[in-house]
Design a binder for this molecule. Structure first.
Ligand SMILES: [Zn+2]
Length: 452
């Protein structure tokens, strides 16, 4: 039995959530990265609500999570008197079986189905609700604004790594196949077409070689594009003398348990799968992720790579991205803007100074957030790409033009403000004649030079 003591950032997310309730919001979506301990935080909140005599439903989307959640409550000795832990589906289909809730907590809110959520809101309009997630949008990219009424954003992945709550990582992104002809299907890439491009002898060879080079012997989860692809990849690893196993949603539960146990015991090195994140699977700790499923979904990319970051003593996770997901979604600790109203915005490819937001070393494929001019992994010089050089030139030109315009305006000596024809001239006139900028703006508006 362990005493439940929250970390500082966990305390503050609870305070922020309570604040939202005080400000008359009823359904906040709480965003905390994978590994921040969302379940613990809200188990704590559930316990407090129970102590006040409230009835709490703590609902999860996957059977595996149910056991883990119950374990969390047991571990911290939180009695389940008026706290009910269950599956979203069961509770939404048979709400009459359970005492009426005052407070509903949804774990893994990125799986929230609008219809289920709406049904519960209609049934219990006075209940408070909270959704928890690391990626505040559905995996298919749709926003969650119709489901939640405000957002509470907690600590970032970068900060969790800095504070040691997530492991450091090294990200390598050698490309192994030309994916430029990749087809689209709906809002994402066509996984069958991706699998086709990746199921080639040379590609298998490169992937195995890279695993040996960067992550040899490490416990690894390998995300593939299709079941056939995943099975074939596992076989290729096997042929190379590396114990890999494929599994999917159809793998029998007893087999899955055995696979996880063998993985934990290091009898299996690599777990190949397609969609382990949605099939309902208690993902064991791994030290390496291999990404072989190109995706347009930032949520999926974050969830996949995030599985490698659970901390362990001495651990530096290795992420091998062979499908360029970093170019679309940044790195696991890229700062992001979340919104309830729109899809997750991919981080912009270039920074304001025209240089790339994510850098890659040409020598070793180490991929990192900008900073040093040499590769932090191998020391090679990081050369600017042609596009970067062009961007920088363009920005520099704009700056020169801008300062020329200003200088030209300042050199003009108008007697009266009515002689000024541009905003620059007006502002220069104000400066020369001791008028405040506000005066210039007022005049410019009146003249229709700027929008009022
Ligand atoms: Zn390098």
């Amino acid at each position: 039995m362990t005493e439940l003591k929250l970390r500082d950032y966990q305390e503050s997310i609870l305070t922020e959530t309570r604040k939202m309730f005080k400000h008359y919001y009823k359904r906040p979506l709480v965003v905390l990265p994978c590994g921040a301990g969302k379940t613990v935080v809200f188990a704590y909140m559930a316990a407090q609500s129970q102590a006040k005599g409230l009835t709490v439903w703590f609902l999860v989307h996957r059977r595996e999570l149910l056991d883990q959640t119950v374990e969390t409550f047991q571990k911290f000795n939180i009695p389940l008197n008026s706290i009910h832990i269950g599956m979203v589906g069961t509770y939404a289909n048979h709400p009459e079986r359970y005492p009426k809730p005052d407070f509903i907590i949804f774990d893994e809110a990125h799986f929230s189905m609008a219809a289920t959520w709406q049904k519960l809101i209609d049934l219990y309009p006075n209940a408070f609700m909270v959704g928890l997630t690391a990626t505040p949008c559905r995996l298919d990219g749709r926003p969650l604004g119709s489901t939640y009424d405000c957002m509470v954003i907690g600590i970032t992945t970068k900060e969790l790594i800095q504070q040691g709550y997530l492991s450091e990582y090294r990200y390598f992104a050698p490309s192994v196949a030309d994916l430029s002809s990749l087809k689209r299907k709906g809002s994402d890439f066509d996984t069958e077409s991706a699998a086709e491009l990746l199921m080639q002898r040379a590609v298998y060879g490169d992937i195995i070689e890279n695993y040996r080079k960067y992550a040899d012997g490490l416990q690894t989860i390998c995300y593939c594009s299709s079941i056939k692809h995943s099975e074939a990849m596992a076989e290729e690893f096997q042929n190379a003398g590396i114990n890999a196993v494929h599994f999917d949603g159809n793998t029998k539960t007893s087999d899955r348990k055995q696979i996880v146990q063998d993985f934990r015991d290091k009898k299996i090195q690599i777990l190949c799968n397609v969609d382990l994140i949605s099939v309902g699977f208690d993902v064991p700790d791994c030290w390496c992720c291999i990404l072989l499923r190109p995706t347009m979904s930032t949520a999926l990319a974050i969830q996949q790579a995030g599985r490698a970051l659970r901390p362990q003593p001495g651990k530096t996770a290795i992420i091998l991205d062979h499908v360029g997901n970093y170019t679309r979604h940044g790195l696991p600790d890229t700062d992001r803007e979340w919104s309830l109203e729109s899809k997750i915005k991919p981080p912009s490819q270039y920074q304001q100074d025209g240089t790339l937001s994510v850098k890659q070393c040409e020598e070793c494929y180490f991929t990192f957030l900008p900073g040093p001019d040499v590769c932090p992994n191998c020391g090679a010089e990081i050369k600017k790409t042609r596009q970067e050089i062009e961007n920088i030139k363009k920005i520099r030109m704009e700056e020169i033009k801008e300062s020329n315009r200003q200088r030209a305006a300042e050199s003009v000596q108008h007697k009266d403000i009515s002689d000024c024809h541009t905003m620059y001239e007006i502002m220069a006139w104000c400066k020369q004649n001791g008028k405040k900028p506000g005066f210039g703006y007022y005049y410019a508006k009146k003249k229709g030079l700027i929008a009022s």
